[in-house]
Design a protein around this ligand. Structure first.
Ligand code: COA
Length: 161
C-alpha cells in the first residue's frame, strides 16, 4: 500500500538514490537540484510503498508569493516524481489521489494547491487529473522547458475543522 509521509532524516539515503529517466529530467531536475530548495517554507515529502521510498514531492508554502496565478495563501506542489524503477505501477496516480486527505491533515490552514505541468508531459497531467486536479485553462510561460499548464486542487472538503 502506498503512503505519503513528511521526509525524515532516515529517508535521506533512499531519497538520494531516486532518479527519473534522462528524458524526464527537464520536467523536475535531478534530486540534488531539488533538495537545495528545501527550507522552513518548502517541505520535502516521500511516497512510501511498504516502507520503501518510491517517490518524492515538495509542498511549497510560499508558492503564491512567487507565482502571480496562484491565489494568496495557497500551496504549491513541486518536484513531484516517481523514481524510474517504480514508474508505471500506479504509484503516481495513487500519490496524487492521497493528497486530498494528506494535505488537509498536514496543512490545515490551507485549502488550495496549484501546480504547473509541462504541455509535453501527458503522463503527469493524467495523474493529476485522476487525483482531482483541474486544468485552469491558463498557461505558465516562465519555465525553462516550454509552456506549462496550470492546475488546481481544492481540498477544503476534507478539512477537519
Ligand atoms: C508522471 C509520473 C509521476 C507518473 O507516475 P507513475 O507512477 O509512472 O504513473 P502511474 O503508473 O500512476 O500512471 C498514471 C496514469 O498516466 C497514464 N499515462 C502514462 N503514460 C502516459 C502518456 N504518455 N500519456 C497519457 N497518459 C499516460 C497511465 O496510463 C495512468 O493512467 P490510467 O491509470 O488511466 O491508465 C512519473 O512518470 C514521473 O515521475 N515522471 C517524471 C517526473 C515528472 O514528469 N513529474 C511531473 C512534474 S509536473
Amino acid at each position: 500500500m502506498l503512503n505519503l509521509h513528511p521526509m525524515q532524516p532516515k529517508h535521506l539515503a533512499e531519497v538520494a538514490e531516486l532518479q527519473v529517466a534522462p528524458e524526464q529530467i527537464k520536467f523536475v531536475g535531478c534530486i540534488e537540484d531539488i533538495m537545495v530548495n528545501i527550507d522552513n517554507f518548502i517541505h520535502p515529502h516521500v511516497m512510501l510503498f511498504n516502507d520503501t521510498v518510491v517517490g518524492f514531492f515538495l509542498i511549497d508554502t510560499t508558492y503564491s508569493a512567487q507565482y502571480q496565478f496562484a491565489a494568496p495563501g495557497s500551496l504549491g506542489l513541486r518536484a513531484f516524481f516517481v523514481s524510474e524503477l517504480f514508474q508505471g505501477q500506479g504509484f503516481g496516480k495513487q500519490a496524487v489521489q492521497l493528497l486530498s486527505v494528506y494535505l488537509p491533515a498536514h496543512y490545515p490552514q490551507y485549502d488550495t494547491i496549484y501546480l504547473t505541468v509541462n504541455c509535453k508531459n501527458p503522463a503527469a497531467k493524467r495523474c493529476y487529473e485522476l487525483g482531482g486536479f483541474r486544468d485552469t485553462g491558463e498557461l505558465y510561460l516562465g519555465g525553462d522547458a516550454g509552456p506549462q499548464q496550470i492546475m488546481i486542487l481544492n481540498f477544503s472538503l476534507n478539512r477537519r475543522d
